[in-house]
Every structure is written in structure tokens, then in C-alpha cells.
Design a protein around this ligand. Structure first.
Ligand SMILES: N[C@@H](CCC(=O)N[C@@H](CS)C(=O)NCC(=O)O)C(=O)O
Length: 205
């Protein structure tokens, strides 16, 4: 069995979408950030990085990092075709996913969502939030250009769309205005049964 460690409404939602798209049976274990469960001994024994998503695979090994988990799932269950088979398509997908996680999430939303991690000062937190917001806006502008008038960011539906979705979901929850094509992408994603199951699995539907 595969065990999926997640925190509700975190970036792990993207991995849950991929798990649902593939139809892989999995157990979910919620890590409660409010009670700082990620820093407790039980989760530390599973993932010393203390981050979600984390996946314990059927052979018992742990896999961490959004892009690595997504890539492994797409490669291990290729019948669902969530990743291009040609080198250019694969590397472009990784390029977009790295931008989503390392830039828009880490350099943007981290500061919008959790500025208190970086400074106890309310003024500094406001500055950090503004910085994060500007980075997120730049990121969405870039992703909007990449999407263009296509339905899916890589042309064919892929693991990268799950990443775009969690970012857009965070934006809409915080009244961050999305470019029109990304708002339409979000609506298309929400119409997918796998996305609906993933949202319902986290009580977000
Ligand atoms: N580089 C990691 C980052 C994952 C990450 O930052 N996850 C956040 C949730 S969106 C987390 O676990 N935060 C807990 C914390 O920072 O204490 C990845 O790509 O999976």
C-alpha cells in the first residue's frame, strides 16, 4: 500500500490530485500544522524533513519533494499519461513544475501565508506579505503566458496542471486576482472527477 502524508489545503493537494487521477489505492495520513504536528516525533520518524507531501511507497521507501513524487507517480503508472514521453516535453514539464514550487510557492505564497516564520515584527510581516504578493503576481503572469489559450499548461493534461491548481486555489482563497486564462484553468480542473475527489478527501469541496 502507498501512504500519503498531507496537510489539508497545503501543496500536497497537488499530489493527491495525481494519486486520484492515477487511481492508485492509498492511505492518507493528515499532519496538522495548527498543532505543529510536523515537528512531532511521529512524523519526524517518517520524514525528517518535516514537510508534506511525503509518500511511503509500496516497498516501504519514502519519497519527498513535490516534483520528485509527481514524476515518480507519472512514470510508475504511465497508463494515465500524465507526463510527456519525449525528452523535450518531459524537461519542459519539470521546468514549469520547478517554477511553480520553487518560485511561485516558495518565494511568493510562503511569505503571504506565513510571514511570521521570518519575523516577529508586524511591520516586517506586512512587508514580507507585500513582497510575496508581488512575487505571486509575477509568477501568475508567467504561468498565464505559458498557458496561453491552451486547456492545459503543457498542451496535454499533465502532472504540472496539478501544481498550477494548488497555486490558483490558494490565490482564489485569498482574493489574489488571477489572469483570466488561469481562472478558466482552475474551473476546468474543478470539473475533473479526480480533482473533485481530491478536494472532497481534504474536506475542501
Ligand atoms: N520542497 C518541498 C516543499 C514542501 C513544503 O514546503 N510543504 C509545506 C506545505 S505546502 C510544509 O510541509 N510546511 C510545513 C512547515 O514548513 O513547517 C516540496 O516540494 O515538497
Amino acid at each position: 500500500m502507498t501512504t500519503f502524508y498531507y496537510s489539508t489545503n497545503s501543496c500536497s493537494l497537488g499530489i493527491r490530485i495525481i494519486l486520484e487521477e492515477i487511481g492508485l489505492p492509498y492511505d492518507s495520513v493528515a499532519i496538522d500544522f495548527k498543532s505543529r504536528e510536523q515537528f512531532g516525533p511521529a512524523f519526524g520518524a517518517v520524514n525528517p524533513k518535516r514537510k508534506v507531501p511525503a509518500l511511503v511507497r509500496p516497498d516501504g521507501s519514502l519519497l519527498t519533494e513535490f516534483q520528485a513524487i509527481a514524476f515518480w507517480l507519472a512514470e510508475s503508472y504511465p497508463a494515465t499519461s500524465l507526463l510527456a514521453t519525449d525528452l523535450e516535453g518531459r524537461i519542459r514539464t519539470m521546468e514549469v513544475m520547478d517554477f511553480i514550487v520553487a518560485s511561485v510557492h516558495m518565494r511568493g505564497f510562503t511569505f503571504i501565508i506565513a510571514p511570521m516564520k521570518f519575523s516577529p515584527s508586524p511591520e516586517a510581516q506586512e512587508d514580507l506579505r507585500a513582497h510575496g504578493r508581488a512575487q505571486a503576481d509575477l509568477g501568475f503572469a508567467r504561468l498565464s503566458e505559458s498557458l496561453g489559450d491552451k486547456d492545459w499548461i503543457m498542451g496535454a493534461y499533465s502532472i504540472a496542471d496539478a501544481g498550477v491548481f494548488y497555486l490558483c486555489n490558494w490565490a482564489l482563497q485569498r482574493s489574489v486576482e488571477l489572469p483570466v486564462n488561469l481562472a478558466a484553468h482552475h474551473a476546468r480542473m474543478k470539473a475533473r472527477p479526480a480533482v473533485q475527489r481530491a478536494l472532497a478527501g481534504e474536506g475542501l469541496a
